[in-house]
Design a protein around this ligand. Structure first.
Ligand code: UD1
Length: 429
């Protein structure tokens, strides 16, 4: 199993190209199931989760051709996927495939909308809380689906097709909003989703669906209206830049000091995180090329932050911020409001000497002057990258074990960081 070895202490200087967003690429690929015609997606990141979803879609009979520059090529712009779901040969998504990635459960929506049936295993994914699918099922039932759960599978049927409905989410859910949105595009009549998630990835998917002939308005706001159409057609769409990858590297620079251009990043996708970083002492400048992050010699200032749905501070940057605050000049408070149990990184950060005290959903971090390198273990996708950030400043050597979590969500991480002067390498056993 691969490991990542880091020797801390180098400042980051240079340019890091930001990849396409994993959390948009996955639902966009799934949206390819909605049409018989080919959906072409540009700027798809090369990630283990993308490859896994390719296998899942392949199992349904979807033909996927990939092209694009190889990792390491200059001016890297991800890969282009040609997704062709002309014939769906199987509406079952089996346990062996779905259990490895939670988002793959979302295939239930296009399968049900287009084929009027789906049998999808209950999902797996990161170990961050219970992450149920009750709200996804509620949304599909509102649209007229009959749903049964049997042997770990959700069996959904809509013999006459789905019908437009009012769907009011009792809590903001990205997965629920994606599923309701995709399913409603081919439903008869109008669907109104209220308390919808406003994440930029929802808007990106809605834009693509509209290019495919869907009639969606209001995406990116809490009220989305979808007028169902009978068919969707092919189109070409570019995946938006990854705001979580952007925020992660921004925090890495704030941690080490230096000056890095995050090329292709868009500030409006993560303004709340950039505001927090500014408060912490980073200097952030936006330009046509992307976002420049710098920190001069001054120390890291402590902050108080709660995670929240977009446009709030993203839960997917919580672990990285905690690593940064481990070195702040004072005490910080970070409250996690989206996922219970998303503090698995705390005990690993403690191995660097970080002083973190947990009280319910709030972590208090008492900053210390120097972290020390340690062997640590990646527990989930975002937690693992927080260990990398800590390793970049820790004195001596850090070995991050179980990096397959990193490969699910960060494209060429060690290459991007070493390109800016970090001492980081992958060790394959
Ligand atoms: C997505 C993102 C993930 C991010 C999260 C919150 C993808 C592939 N993943 O995850 O990176 O951390 O949004 O921004 O886009 N919930 C229920 N019932 C449901 C569905 C969700 O109670 O049926 C709860 C969850 O347990 C959680 C909260 O709602 O507490 C938010 O979950 P949700 O927004 O759906 O997250 P994901 O879509 O799984």
């Amino acid at each position: 199993m691969d490991r990542i070895r880091i020797v801390g202490g180098s400042k980051l200087n240079g340019t890091i190209p930001i990849s396409g967003a994993k959390n948009a690429a996955l639902p966009l690929m799934i949206a390819g199931l909605l049409s018989e015609e080919t959906l072409i997606l540009d700027n798809v990141p090369r990630l283990a989760d993308v490859a896994q979803l390719q296998r899942i879609l392949g199992n349904h009979g979807v033909d996927i051709m990939s092209a694009g520059k190889r990792p390491g090529a200059q001016e890297y712009q991800g890969q282009t996927l040609h997704i062709s779901a002309a014939d769906i040969i199987d509406t079952t998504a089996p346990y062996e495939l779905v259990s490895r990635m939670r988002a793959s459960f979302w295939v239930i929506a296009p399968l049900l909308a287009r084929m009027h049936e789906a049998k999808v295993s209950l999902p797996g994914g990161c170990a961050i809380g219970t992450r149920p699918v009750d709200l996804l099922i509620m949304a599909l039932e509102k649209l007229g689906a009959e749903i049964a759960i049997d042997g770990g599978y959700v069996i959904a049927k809509a013999p006459g097709g789905l019908k437009g409905a009012a769907i009011d989410f009792p809590k903001v859910t990205v997965s629920g909003t994606h599923v309701a949105l995709m399913a409603a595009t081919l439903a008869k009549g109008t669907t109104v989703i209220t308390n919808a998630a406003c994440e930029p990835e929802i808007l990106d998917v809605a834009d693509c669906l509209n290019k495919m002939g869907a009639r969606v308005t209001g995406a990116g706001t809490p009220r989305i209206v979808i007028e169902g159409v009978t068919k969707l057609h092919g189109t070409r769409h570019t995946v938006l830049p990854d705001r979580i990858e952007t925020g992660t590297y921004a925090m890495a620079v704030a941690m080490t000091g230096g000056d890095v251009l995050l090329a292709g990043a868009r500030p409006e996708l993560l303004q709340s995180a950039l505001d927090v970083l500014t408060q912490a002492g980073a200097v952030i400048t936006a330009s046509n090329e992307g976002i420049r992050v710098a920190r001069n010699g001054a120390g890291i200032q402590p902050v108080t932050v709660s995670t929240a749905p977009f446009p709030g501070f993203p839960t997917d940057l919580q672990a990285q911020l905690m690593a940064l605050m481990a070195c702040a000049k004072g005490s910080s408070h970070i409250t996690e409001t989206i996922f219970e149990n998303r503090f698995m990184h705390v005990q690993e950060l403690a191995r660097f000497g970080a002083r973190i005290h947990l009280n319910g959903e709030t972590a208090t971090i008492d900053g210390i002057a120097k972290l020390r390198g340690a062997p640590v273990m990646a527990t989930d996708l975002r937690a693992s990258v927080s260990l990398v950030i800590a390793g970049l400043v820790a004195e001596g050597e850090t070995m991050v074990n179980r990096v397959y979590h990193l490969d699910r969500g960060f494209e060429r991480l060690e290459e991007k960081l070493s390109g800016c002067g970090a001492s980081i390498e992958r060790i394959s056993d």
